[in-house]
Design a protein around this ligand. Sequence first.
Ligand code: AMP
Ligand code: MG
Length: 322
Amino acid sequence: MDTLPNLDAMLDTARSAVRAASALCMLVADSGPERLEKAGREPVTLADYGSQAVILGAVAAAFPDQGVLAEEGSAHLLAEGGAGSETVASLVAQVTGSPCGANDLADWIDHAGGGGQPVWAVDPLDGTKGFLRGDQFAVAVGLLDDGVPAAGVLGCPRLTIGDTTGVLLWGVPGRGAWMEPLAGGPATPISVSAVAEPASVRVLGSVEISHGDPAAIQRVVDLAGFGGGWVRIDSQAKYAAVGAGLAEVYLRPVSRPDWRERVWDHAAGAAIVIAAGGTVTDLDGRNLDFTTGPTLEHNRGVVATNGAIHELVLGSLADSEG
Ligand code: AMP
Ligand code: MG
């Protein structure tokens, strides 16, 4: 697919921004992060805002006219008072090596892009609840070209692949997918696993019960005869694990019929799994449609697999729901 003329430059920007943003998140993690409640929404931390400032500051500098869909805005951080903003600005300066004033901070967090194509889909800290628990989280940047995932980058500071803990993954559908240590080191190709025997299939779902339906996953596991174990982990680290061949299925049933998935929770991860040779659809077997703004209006849940057992998952889902 690989049609964007600037794709290599965009990927370079995305990779270095995600690397810096992941470092910022770990600095906050090491300092004992505070949970800031947002009315009616998921919790946030100073790391969410700092990570978004790092990523969108880089996008604003290099590709100011391209579109942006990102999770956070500066208003809530600024309303919290000056101390939080000052901490975030100094963390951003530390990980980027460039000054970050109060105006820069708000401008970068709120950078909305020029509305053109492609669109940067940014979740600066996916899995905030996991981050706060000391479990998995991910820094996620997806590139959408007319609504199709053209590339994805994930920083997973607590994920272990092989003997590396703390990994940067990226993928370009049609070209391939790679990982390298966040701490620095050579890039190596990744691919989905070749497992097709149900008895060996490993399944991933969300930790948060309200983000899915663990009983629905259990029904699919039982119906399909998946015997490799089913494990709950936070964030798009689930897509990373499927893309790197650590599991065969990421299943995200809907918690309630009116829930629509957020673009930034799926763009990066879906690109990586597809690039690594896997298949990503919704629960009904439809491709994810990223053309409808910040939410996936035409899809229900997500199924990401190694491809080999995708139809078996969809069939088991249909049987369990019918
Ligand atoms: P996970 O770590 O896989 O549980 O996913 C974290 C993401 O779940 C967050 O970034 C939220 O955008 C998203 N989320 C919040 N509420 C819901 C919900 N009711 N159903 C599904 N996902 C949700
Ligand atoms: Mg998220």
